[in-house]
Design a protein around this ligand. Structure first.
Ligand code: NAI
Length: 663
């Protein structure tokens, strides 16, 4: 059949044969439509099989004489979510990995080399390998909705783009826009992406299809990096820019812990995006990175996060109204956070001053979070109402108590709450140290009380410990509490009620060991550096100052009854002298306006490795004990909790992983 004839008689049914599981190809008005709908997956994820089919589909398309090609997704969840991390983890043989990467390169090149205009029509997530495929098209048209997000987040998995995306992104938007995208892995909204030229246009969903068709027909000029960006590709400039980028990365991540961003900069510095050598070098670089422990552990963290997410089934419970009692540091922020998640929130406190402070602090928080989006700021403000007399209790779906840490005061609150609350409302305490069953004693139905243990600062910490007493707390309530966590965008972790729960119990021996080391004469800065060099987000002494030395002493005393910890005398002395850390302006460090001042002496002749080991061992050993005591269900949940609750070195995959696979 001649091409002309073929064009006239193009069938509207799928042109791909039955061996294709993930793609279908149809023709409409002489335009080829390639649909990706990965079989047996909720989202489109890229596996070797998918890459293989994309390659073959491109062969088929190249035989057609269509006016253009539009690539689109058959999933309601988005365009393409990236590589299939599950499959990616299963590839342990370097040759198999090389084959996958090369196949990805070949398929994207075939897509790029099609002689007809090609458009990626993006709706929803377009991430990682998905964006790399889109970049191989001539044009990217995106749905202008907040649910559409574009990113190259490979660095979060310890690698960088590996299907030619490093080259194509730089060619398209220039190194100064493409590198930060790849180095941080941040999501871009469609308008941000359009502004930097990553997408050609973002339009409302109703116009998406038509815009894609018009783009094929009109063939506008393709996006490419501005001339100024191309100048940065020249040898000496490239070196300078690379040096600058390396400096910025070094302030955030150490090369030995996170090699990927450094490898990415090296890759561009060595080859530049103008010629084609960077493609082959990219494949080699990503292959090497994929084999590192960091990549393996970060992929593990990705799964741990999904495991926690899956513990919160949103369909189990529909919270609309949250009532918070106690508008201090925690209650105020919990209330503000819930208001930002779209809940109606009433915040109760005995002090009108405290309520005033809550409203002021919340507004500052909303502004910081939403920047200039006045509508969203107003919406969050409207959701939050001060409530001096607790009128919100009787209508609330969730009631969270966050008054000061005192058993009798909490018991009296719960007596009142139980009498007034709806029969199906969640009744919760944010206590950090009082056993749940002690507080619940004051209630007629103690099985209703659950712990919702938030971490400070609430806006930043993703974990929410769901505290329960085995065989006492109602199992449905625990599940509903997990569901509530999901509704407010937190990661739920069920934890058995016992002193310190999980996170404080694990952190306290680490903090106290730091204090003991300092008491022995090791300089504060040396102690903290040893822990930070291991990969902890904060050394034990800075952490002690941040939490408050009085709180550390209090929690330490509670733990001392059940857990093997020794309380260093320094802690008592400092607290007695009013040195409470950050909040009082002095602790192990001096603090000014919430900022740590000079770190003091940093020379020490001792064995730093041994010091590091000593600090970290406290944490990992306590983790093992928690696991043995069944504080959480299994080692993965423990690792997940400690990573998302303390920031424990993600590239090590969690304390249990580190304990079982030391360096
Ligand atoms: P806070 O002292 O900052 O705030 C307590 C607030 O409760 C004050 O505004 C006070 O006026 C109010 N209050 C006292 N009695 C009340 C009553 N009968 N009715 C209504 N309001 C009353 O305390 P913070 O630090 O916010 O702690 C609250 C709870 O959260 C405690 O149980 C604490 O153990 C726990 N927690 C604290 C964390 C922290 O880092 N501060 C972290 C996690 C949990």
């Amino acid at each position: 059949m001649s091409k002309d004839n073929m064009n006239k008689n193009l069938p509207s049914t799928n042109l791909l044969d039955k061996d294709f599981k993930h793609f279908s190809l149809t023709i409409e008005d002489d335009i080829a439509w390639l649909n990706i709908d990965v079989k047996d997956e909720a989202a489109n994820v890229i596996s070797p099989e998918v890459v293989n089919e994309l390659d073959k589909a491109c062969d088929e398309i190249s035989k057609l004489s269509a006016k253009g090609l539009i690539l689109y997704s058959g999933k309601s969840t988005g365009f393409i979510a990236g590589a299939d991390v599950k499959k990616f983890r299963e590839i342990t043989d370097p040759e198999e990995a090389r084959e996958f990467i090369n196949a990805g390169h070949t398929a994207c090149k075939k897509l790029e080399d099609l002689t007809i205009p090609t458009v990626a029509m993006v709706e929803g997530f377009c991430m990682g390998g998905g964006l790399e495929v889109a970049l191989a098209c001539d044009y990217i048209i995106a749905d202008d909705a907040p649910s559409t997000k574009l990113s190259l987040p490979e660095v979060k998995l310890g690698i960088h783009p590996g299907f030619g995306g490093t080259v194509r992104s730089i060619r398209r938007i220039g190194v100064l826009q493409a590198m930060p995208m790849m180095l941080t892995g941040k999501n871009l909204l469609p308008r941000q992406a359009a502004k930097i030229g990553l997408v050609d246009m973002c339009v409302p969903l109703r116009q998406l299809r038509n815009t894609a068709i018009q783009t094929v027909l009109r063939k506008p000029t393709k996006k490419q990096a501005p001339k100024s960006a191309k100048l940065l590709e020249l040898g000496p400039m490239r070196k300078l820019v690379a040096m600058q980028m390396r400096k910025q990365v070094a302030s955030k991540a150490k090369q030995e812990h996170y090699p990927a961003p450094y490898a990415l900069i090296n890759l561009w510095e060595a080859h530049g995006s103008v010629g084609d050598e960077m493609y082959a070098a990219e494949a080699e670089s990503v292959l090497q990175l994929g084999m590192t422990d960091t990549a393996r552990n970060l992929a593990r963290v990705f799964f741990l996060q999904n495991r926690l997410k899956a513990l919160g089934d949103k369909s189990l419970f529909t919270p609309k109204h949250v009532h918070v009692i106690g508008g201090g540091v925690m209650g105020g922020d919990i209330a503000a956070w819930c208001a930002m998640q779209g809940m109606k929130v009433t915040i109760q406190d005995i002090s009108t001053d405290a309520l005033g402070r809550v409203m002021g602090r919340a507004t500052t928080g909303f502004k910081r979070r939403y920047r200039r989006d006045k509508f969203r700021i107003m919406e969050a403000q409207d959701n939050l109402t001060p409530d001096l007399h607790g009128q919100g209790i009787s209508n609330a779906d969730v009631i969270i108590e966050a008054i000061y840490e005192n058993l009798e005061a909490k018991q009296s609150i719960f007596k009142e709450v139980e009498a007034k609350a709806k029969p199906d409302a969640i009744i919760a305490t944010n206590t950090s140290s009082i056993p749940l069953s002690d507080i619940a004693k004051a209630m007629k139905k103690p099985q209703r009380l659950v712990g919702l243990h938030f971490f400070n600062p609430v806006f930043k910490m993703p974990l929410l410990e769901i505290i329960y007493t085995p065989k006492k707390t109602n199992v449905t309530v625990v599940k509903q509490a997990q569901s509530f966590a999901a509704h407010i965008g937190k990661l739920p972790l069920p934890v058995k009620s016992s002193p310190g729960f999980l996170i404080n119990r694990i952190l306290m021996p680490y903090i106290l060991e730091g204090v003991t080391a300092q008491q022995e004469g090791i300089p504060v800065a040396v102690v903290d550096k040893a822990a930070v060099d291991y990969g902890m987000p904060m050394g034990p002494l800075e952490l002690a100052d941040t939490v408050g030395l009085d709180i550390c002493l209090h929690v330490g005393k509670i733990l001392a009854d059940t857990v093997e910890v020794t309380l260093p005398t320094t802690l008592d002395r400092e607290v007695a002298a009013g040195k409470l850390g950050k909040k009082s302006g002095e602790g192990f460090y001096q603090w000014k306006n919430g900022k740590k001042q000079n770190t003091g002496k940093s020379d020490w002749n001792g064995d730093v490795d041994q010091l590091q080991q000593r600090l970290i061992e406290k944490l990992t050993n306590e983790s093992q004990k928690c696991l043995d005591e069944g504080i959480v269900e299994d080692a993965d949940l423990l690792d997940a909790g400690v990573i998302f609750g303390t920031g424990f070195a993600p590239f090590r995959g969690g304390p249990m992983q580190a304990l079982n696979e030391p360096e």
